[in-house]
Every structure is written in structure tokens, then in C-alpha cells.
Design a protein around this ligand. Sequence first.
Ligand code: TYD
Ligand code: ZN
Length: 411
Amino acid sequence: MHFKRDTCRVCLSKELTKFSELGPQPLANAFLTQKMVEEGKEERFPLDLYVCHRCSHVQLLDVVSKETLFSHYLYFSTVSRTIPAHFAAFAKEVETEHTQRGDMVVELGSNDGVLLSAFEGSGRRFLGVEPATNVSEAARKRGVPTMNRFFDMESVTIIARDLGKAKVVIGNNVVGHIDDLEGLVKSVKHLLTPDGVWIFEVPYLVDMLEKNEFDTAYHEHLSYFAVSPAKTMLERGGLTLVDVRRQPVHGGTIRLYAKHKEAGATPTPRVAELLKLEKDLKLDTLAPYQAFDARVRKLRDDLQKMIADLKRDGKRLVGYGAPAKGNTLLNYCQIGHDTLEYVQDTTPVKQGLLTPGTHIPVVPPEKFAHDNADVALMLAWNYEKEILGKEEAFRKRGGKFLIPIPTPRIV
Ligand code: TYD
Ligand code: ZN
């Protein structure tokens, strides 16, 4: 169920340095029932960030089995408005810039099918590959053909045999979840047509470091990509990184484009620009990671102090959103049920459960709407704009948000 690897998952070097210890932590999406808490079976695993000396890839070495993490999944892409809008634009780009009628688009980690559903009626063939049974079913219900299994050489061979090769392979917020990157790149290469393109999004390490987004670390996220190690990963598997574009979602993301090496494509200047940025930030040395860790410790101290002050003033605190990252933050900062009365979350499957490690009840938004809490700790800070927009009534009657990232502040 859990093992510790001793090599970099991009370049296989054994020289890695640990620069941040955020755990031991429970699994960030393992919301639990009261009964499970009483049985005391909740497990914790180290949550330590390492950087590779050879290729500078930032990663966890503690690996929780993918069957444990991804067979039943509590994250649904459609829980915000921001992400469906982002994916609609993404699908439009794939349709107009990268495919023609009759081409096939395959998405790995297709979740509830929100992205692929945009191809309905476009004349493109499309297929999702998604290991979680519950979200696969949600995808099928909305008419997105979905293979309920892990994306690997076996599934790719079946797809290529039965449906042919894919002009575009998509993989958003999933590459960082995969331990065997070598196998992943090989499988994608096998699935792509000779002129096909693999387009995938990962949270960008530069944003994570600059904005102190330590809470985006949890056991599902094995890799924290910069462009440089991503390029190394692709090249080792016979692909070329041909383009990269920064995106605002999930606290700062990069969208990468890779093609068969044999296609001979010339990378856009954006690739060189971001490689230069990473060099300028000295991401190939230890210094920026150690500085990040120091800022994260300070953030924890500052947040704890702000919360203690609010409590002393008799304020009632609750949590807003119960994202996986919120659980890293709550556990690392030791913010528990004695501090937050509840956390509200719009995801029906999370409601009625308790947060991992801190055991705070998750309640539906209606409770928060009628409750006159004083301060809401915004755990889903990546939707700040969307949330501030929709919670005007709370703020009008004097409610405040405490936004923890990049540095704790009250609005
Ligand atoms: P998200 O930040 O997308 O993901 P992760 O779990 O990867 O950290 O999760 C956002 C969570 O916040 C999700 O559980 C839904 C919840 N949420 C609300 O409760 N209200 C809102 O208005 C929004 C935008 C999200
Ligand atoms: Zn490496």
C-alpha cells in the first residue's frame, strides 16, 4: 500500500535532497465517517518533498499505491465554474488548432468527462480513460465513452487495436499522479499518430514556489513539474517538447505540448523562455527550495497567530471548501475541530464526512449561508475570485475571509 522509492522518477538518479517535511499526513482525499474515526484506522504517511540533483525534478518518494488513491475518487471536475470554463476553452483549442473531423482525441484521467463532453457534435471521435469507477460512471451518464481503467501500455494497445491511434492525447492534472513516468511516456507515444500531439497540464513549480503553495503537496501528487525536468522526461521517452503555455488555473499551471521526436517539429520560443526563467530562478540549485521551506514555516506561524487572535476576540471560524489541498494545510498548521466549527463544501460526496486527520465535519453550503459565522478560512483559495463573487452577502453582513496563500490575509 505504501513504499519508498530511492530514485528520481524522471532520470533515475539516486542523488536527491529532502527540502521540506510536511507530514506525516493522512491521505488528503480520505474523508471519513465518525465510525472510521472511532475505529482508529486512519493511516499517516510521510509527506516529504525532494529535489533531484541531476535533473532538478521535485517529487515525493513516498508512494501510496494507485489502487488506494484512485479507484474511488472524491474530486469531480465540475464542482466549480472556473474549471469547466477553462476546459471548454481547452477543448476549443484542440478542436480548431490540432484536429480535423474524424480524428480521435483520448484523454487520460478524464474524470467526470467535463472536457471531452465539449467534443459532442464536433465530428471528432473521443474516449476517456479513467481509473475511478464512480467518476467514470458520471462521465458515461453525460454521454462520454469512458474506459474504466488505468492508462498504461495495456489499455493503449486495446485502444489502438479497436479504435486506431489518437491525433491528440490529453492529460490534465494527472501526469503528476503517475509514479511510472517512463511507462506513461512510452504508452502515450504508442497511442499517438506520427503527427499527433500530447497536450497536458500540470501545476507549475515556479508558481508553487513563488506563491508558497505548499498545500498543493499531497500523496496523490508525486511530481511538481518545472519545464526543464518535463523536457528531460519527454526526451527520455522519445518525444520532443514543442510548446508550453502558462495558465492561471490551480494556482498557476503549465500546458505542455509534445510530439514524436521523429516528427522533427521546432519548439516555439516559449520553451526557451521558460527554461531561462527556471535557470534565472536557480531551480537547478538547492537555494530556492530551502527558501521556500523557510517561508512555509513562517506562513504556518503567522496563520496560527492570526487564528489565535481571532479566537481571543470571540470570533466564530469555519472553513470554506474542503479541497484535498485544504487537508494538507489544516494538518500541517494543526488547525482542527476546536478551531473550525465545520467546513462547507459543494461536493455532495464529501458532505456528512469528516476531514482527514483533523476530523472537522463537512457540511453543505446551505448551512454556511444561514449561519452568521464571522470568519471563513478559504481553503479553496484557487477559486478566490469565484468565491468572493458569490459570497457577497456574507461579506456585506460583516463576514470576513481569511485567505492563507500566498501569505495569510483577511478580506
Ligand atoms: P480544488 O481546489 O479544485 O481541488 P483539490 O482537491 O485538488 O485541492 O477543490 C475545490 C474544492 O472546493 C471542492 O471540494 C469544491 C469546493 N468548492 C466549494 O465548496 N465552493 C466553491 O464555491 C468552490 C469554487 C469550490
Ligand atoms: Zn532526476
